[in-house]
Design a protein around this ligand. Sequence first.
Ligand SMILES: NC(=O)c1ccc[n+]([C@@H]2O[C@H](COP(=O)([O-])OP(=O)(O)OC[C@H]3O[C@@H](n4cnc5c(N)ncnc54)[C@H](OP(=O)(O)O)[C@@H]3O)[C@@H](O)[C@H]2O)c1
Length: 335
Amino acid sequence: MAANTLLITGASGYLGGHLVNAALDKGYNVRATARNESSAKKITDQFPQYATQLSYAIVPDITNVESYEPHLQDVVGILHSASPFVLKPEDNVKDLLEPAIQGSIAVLEAAQKWGPSVRRVVITSSHASVCDLSKGKRPGYVYDEKDWNPVTFEEAAVADGVVAYCASKALAEKATWDWVAKNKPNFDLVTITPPWIFGPYVTELTSTKHLSESLQLLYDIIGAAEIPPFDFGGFADAREVAAAHILGYEVPEAGGQRFWVGQNFNYQSAVDAAREQIPELQSKLPIGQPGVIEDTYKVDGSKATRVLGLKYRPLAETIKDTYAQLLRADAVGAK
Ligand SMILES: NC(=O)c1ccc[n+]([C@@H]2O[C@H](COP(=O)([O-])OP(=O)(O)OC[C@H]3O[C@@H](n4cnc5c(N)ncnc54)[C@H](OP(=O)(O)O)[C@@H]3O)[C@@H](O)[C@H]2O)c1
């Protein structure tokens, strides 16, 4: 392997596919981690055109530092996106908090122990790590990199699934910043905190049966009687989130910084855009109150543009591309 290898965790996921694609597209060699061989095969099958740049590593347990030992040779950067994204966990601690927190620390410890050429680790955090859920819609407030979800482990252990997921991201991100401050490794850290990620999967879907939670939300609006109530006031396109990770790895000044990536979001605007752009959806989506925007908090993703040079697409483009892919998948598979 050449000396420009990025290790990408969570490569089998919705965002992970975009991370792998963006890295390969920029000429990096990618070592994609997967929990098992069949998952690894699915990843490599997605990118036949990059066969010489893409390899995989089996990491059966992301919380086990030793899992990474054989896989860090020549790795110059790590993009860590593997983290459970489930909003209805059976056990908050085992299903969400432990793998998210310990999984993030294990990557850092492994890089310190066995990754002498690692110069930067970029971690996929979330608006879930930024937003104070207890403040609700919070009209007049603007969330950005200064903000932290104040939830504690003890609260999260017994909270509902959404609060527990958000806590898993917040506590994992905090733990990584604390770890770096304490251990002063030879690499630096960048975190990316996207809100709902929308946009198409990186390769075509053959079914809509196993969608990432965020795409499931959009998919579930098809045939629904009403537009979903407010939850997160932000969205980012998966292609932009992936670009932010690569730029976060590349841009020297990004080191040691957190980047809020995305734009304001509300479901009414998404549905308005979908009904306008995709004639087939006009009769399938609830109408709501076209053009009426609820007064909620706003978000500010401008630092990613200023420091990383990241460009954002309009919501309408993301929504159009997302629904178009979901409809194509339904045409070949069963809903
Ligand atoms: N989608 C969003 O709206 C959104 C927004 C903000 C942040 N994020 C973050 O983005 C990342 C990817 O999310 P996604 O939407 O792409 O979700 P996804 O499609 O469910 O992908 C999750 C990825 O993490 C891996 N993973 C989950 N739990 C794991 C565990 N216990 N051990 C090892 N690997 C595990 C999965 O591997 P398997 O394939 O083996 O299950 C998969 O590769 C996550 O960190 C998520 O928190 C997502």
